[in-house]
Design a protein around this ligand. Structure first.
Ligand SMILES: Cc1cc2nc3c(=O)[nH]c(=O)nc-3n(C[C@H](O)[C@H](O)[C@H](O)COP(=O)(O)O)c2cc1C
Length: 191
């Protein structure tokens, strides 16, 4: 499918079929994730791939799924057959930008580059999922108590978000349809 086609179909999916994801599809999506750009070629974003049902349930629980189910919303995290936890390793960027080919001042990042790199990887994952006929959703997770311990994530690694992968059970249109007018977002020559 062409890139523009993929983009027009992309939306966050929060409703998954009870169907496993083929290993070859997952492998291709993971390989694509590693092809993203990276500040200074630091490559400090990693993924934890969670597939065992008991681990997915545990991650969903830590992410507050039972709370929102008790408030009347449907569960979706635990239903997705694959969870990908995007993790950033800031020290990798500090080390990279300490090398002689980088100016020390470059380390005064007003926006941490690991967050930018994580966003790039997220976008690749969302598009690669579509290319494989899959659906994906994203939930921000920052400092979720218990998550790092459960997944063996070291203290110097920041879990950023949880991407769900699977087959969509819904044909509902996403929020993508309700976007501000182009003129509010694209400014020609001046804001
Ligand atoms: C950084 C980021 C954090 C998000 N966090 C959540 C979240 O915690 N829960 C959720 O249901 N959706 C989350 N989303 C999905 C957005 O709600 C969704 O992208 C937005 O509503 C636009 O819908 P669309 O992606 O289907 O076009 C997040 C998206 C991004 C990029």
């Amino acid at each position: 499918m062409s890139l523009y086609n993929l983009l027009s179909r992309r939306r966050m999916v929060r409703d998954y079929e009870d169907r496993p994801l083929e290993r070859d599809k997952l492998e291709r999506v993971l390989a694509a994730a590693l092809r993203g750009p990276s500040a200074g070629n630091s490559q400090g974003i990693s993924l934890v791939v969670v597939q065992k049902p008991e681990n997915r349930r545990a991650v969903a629980e830590l992410a507050g799924e039972s709370d929102w189910v008790s408030r009347g919303y449907p569960a979706w995290l635990s239903l997705a057959p694959v969870h990908l936890i995007l993790c950033a390793e800031p020290q990798v960027y500090w080390d990279r930008y300490s090398l002689p080919d980088k100016d020390a001042a470059e380390k005064n990042w007003p926006v941490p580059y690991w967050h930018v790199d994580a966003g790039c990887m997220l976008m690749i994952l969302l598009l690669a999922a579509l290319e494989e006929g899959l659906a994906a959703g994203f939930q921000g997770i920052h400092n979720l108590p218990g998550l790092a311990e459960h997944l063996g994530i070291p203290p110097n690694v920041e879990p950023i978000g949880l991407l769900t992968l699977g087959y969509s059970r819904s044909t509902r249109k996403g929020h993508s349809a309700n976007r501000p007018a182009r003129s509010q977002r694209i400014h020609l020559e001046q804001w």
